[in-house]
Design a protein around this ligand. Sequence first.
Ligand code: MN3
Length: 204
Amino acid sequence: MAYPFQLPGLEYPHDALEPHIDARTMEIHHGRHHAAYTANLNAALAGHPELHGKSAGELVADLSALPSGIRAAVRNNGGGYVNHALFWELMAPGGESAPGGDLAAAINAAFGSFDGFKNRFAAAAVGRFGSGWAWLAAGADGSLEVLSTANQDTPVMDGKSPLLGIDVWEHAYYLNYQNRRPDYVSAFWNVVNWTVVAESFRAL
Ligand code: MN3
């Protein structure tokens, strides 16, 4: 998909992830926050038809190639666009509780165990000061790592492939969890769509 970017639809109803993520949060997060990133990305690109053939992923993968006047806007809003498009796909009601197959083996090899991975991921999510994301990502050589990014930065900006991510901006959890970000992070494991994560891993 390229300019003009459109807000991707959700594959499940707003209330599908309850009680872990409440319907009102999903309505506002998808319908207002993600919609705003989409509109602001389009606004930044409107006067640059030479960029209209690029996907959002291509735009954020090489920020240095962009005109300086829109670089920050594309970083923030293009990042927000791709991060949220992925985030909705990474969640599903009643998903598997853990990955299987090659992905499970790779996680065990990189982090010692699935619990070892979960602990690292949760620490990155809880430890991100202010707004941002925590990720399971693959480097260019396919090696798995846990990292976090500030604001709407994405591992794609560093040439890495995001496999699983959690949004830890307060808008992602404040209505239900207020200041209890660790509780939101714990609840997130109940809605991870490991099938999608495994598909991304296989596609590396
Ligand atoms: Mn968000």
